[in-house]
Ligand binder design. Sequence first.
Ligand code: MN
Length: 282
Amino acid sequence: MTVELYESTHAVVGEAAVRRALPRRAHRTVGAWCFLDHFGPAGSSAPLTIGPHPHIGLQTVTWLLEGELVHSDSLGSEQPIRPGQLNLMSAGHGVVHAEDGRSAAGAGHGVQLWIAQPEATRHGPAAFEHHAHLPAMSMGAGHATVLTGSFGGTVSKARTDTPLVGVDLVLDGRADLPLEPSYEYAVVVLSGSLVVDATTVPADTLAYVGAGRDEVRVAAERTRALLLGGVPFGEEITMWWNFVARSRDEMDEARAAWEQASDRFGTVRTDLARVPAPAVTR
Ligand code: MN
């Protein structure tokens, strides 16, 4: 079995420099995971701070390794998040949120991921969940925290709209990661390095592991990584700006609704400036 490696690309979100691991041209999605930005560590860039902006058709997952971020949204949520906690927002038909890393702790280091919502929920209402405590398991060579889904019998209570899993790994040494054969998987190394099968995966690189396996052996050297997996997403998605949709018409409609400040998206209580939609370049 060959592991495919993809080095992250560089991008800027607000004023923060990020490394983008997903989407890749060869893998637009891994399960329903469709986007991953890695920011920080602290001091390497401006803190992640972004004013009110809309989403449709996706869930946002915020996971911090250091610092603090305050999430606010058009549902009225105002939720600080710290390392070890999970913020999960489901956009459905439309939601607006802001992420504020201007507090003393700053949003030093973390990841923001998106999960594509399936037809069954993507037209539905928006929702927000904060999980202050997540289930974790010892792996011998370290430990695993389950953000979403199930890993080696340890199950997160976070909402999932399709069968998927997201696990934070802190490893130093050898470990066998239990996998679900019907899922495809990727590992994204955030720091340190990881040998997956016989392939060395450096930091800010995505290793696509594929499907059909019930475990994968890894060797870690002071490694922080995310294991992402899920049943291959069966719906053809289109991604543009902050939207996941199925057609250009849907994108145009969502863009127009945001630019016209329509009720579809609502408002957020924050002093951060609203983010205008970019020009359409599709
Ligand atoms: Mn967002």
